[in-house]
Design a protein around this ligand. Structure first.
Ligand code: PHE
Length: 334
């Protein structure tokens, strides 16, 4: 065994290795022949000798393959070093590479900021029950708010969610009564499409429920989140607004991050950008999810991720985002 190993160690190149293989491991090699010779031994000795010989052959084979790999690596390295036609310092051919979708980029940024504030990130379902999408957020079947959010109804009675708010009930039930969560997700509405309307789009929603949560907390979270997204101080303005699942409810605006509030085409010269809705979660919503509204309260806010991405990357047609158009995606300045 030692002799064979020594012989293998002394092998210098692939030709010598081939000779070694022929001598010991090939069909006519010594080790193979010895194994074949076992059949002439008496039975009692055969088992023990066979075991040892097989172990020996396997050990030599392992060393053989290690040597082979080492010699090949050495040969490649030498070729790279000495071949004048190969210059490993030349940059690789510039092929187009994959990149992250604008929606993914914006989502990741928001998720990072909210995580740093201790928010849970929940991956919402796209298919939800009619109850979760509507009734559980205080929109019973006779409520006019249902008309504004017509959606795709599946044959099993479920719906493609029209708003991330459809996740509120499940999250409150699962993690409540004390919870801070954000839940970005794809939403659907029965819409005719044009440059600013899509039937599939992305929203992001956040909520915080606990004891003593107030509108001041809501404004602070919105300000911190938006200032993080835009990398500068953003002011937030609330205006009264109606959403069945919040009371009081607001629409909120951010001071225009592009002109700093002076007025520009993006904010239509108003200095403010309408972002979405927010408010204190309605007692009915908490109650339906098993959270006692006399003990706990909280806020919720939502905004269009798609809209945010369009502003951020100056995209003027919402349909491009779902188009799979590579030329458009490559043109995005990230
Ligand atoms: N879900 C509302 C929408 O789609 C936005 C919203 C979320 C409003 C949370 C209030 C609180 O318009």
């Amino acid at each position: 065994m030692d002799d064979i190993e020594k012989e293998l160690e002394q092998v210098q190149n692939e030709e010598e290795l081939a000779v070694f293989h022929k001598n010991y491991l090939s069909k006519t090699g010594k080790l193979t022949m010895m194994l074949a010779g076992l059949k002439d031994m008496i039975a009692e000795q055969r088992a023990e000798a066979g075991k040892r010989l097989n172990e020996l052959k396997r050990a030599i084979e392992v060393k053989f393959f290690q040597k082979q790999a080492a010699l090949r690596a050495k040969a490649v390295n030498e070729k790279l070093k000495n071949d004048p036609l190969i210059d490993i310092t030349v940059p690789a051919i510039d092929q187009p590479r994959g990149s992250l979708h604008p929606i993914t980029l914006v989502t990741r940024r928001i998720v990072d900021i909210c995580r740093s504030m201790g928010f849970l990130v929940v991956d919402g379902n796209e298919v939800v029950t009619e109850f979760e999408n509507f009734d559980a957020v205080n929109i019973p079947s006779d409520h006019p708010a249902r008309d504004m959010q017509d959606t795709f109804w599946l044959t099993n009675g479920k719906v493609l969610k029209t708003q991330t708010s459809a996740m509120q009930h499940e999250i409150l039930k699962k993690y409540g009564p004390v919870v801070s969560a954000i839940f970005p997700g794809r939403c659907y509405r029965n819409e005719a499409t044009d440059a600013s309307h899509e039937f599939a789009f992305f929203q992001c929603e956040g909520m915080m429920v606990g004891k003593d949560i107030s509108i001041a907390n809501l404004i602070y979270v919105l300000k911190t989140l938006l200032s993080g997204v835009y990398g500068k101080e953003i002011n937030v303005r609330l205006r009264p607004g109606f959403f069945p699942f919040v009371e009081p409810g607001f629409e909120y605006d951010a001071s225009c991050p592009f002109c700093g509030g002076k007025g520009c085409p993006v904010c239509k010269h108003s200095g403010w950008i309408e972002l979405g809705g927010c408010g204190m979660i309605h007692g009915n919503v908490l109650q339906m999810a098993g959270v006692d509204p006399s003990q706990y309260q909280g806020f919720a806010f939502g905004f269009g991720l798609t809209r945010l991405a369009m502003m951020q990357y100056a995209i003027n047609d919402v349909r491009l985002l779902n188009s799979g158009n590579l030329e458009f995606l490559r043109g995005i300045k990230r």
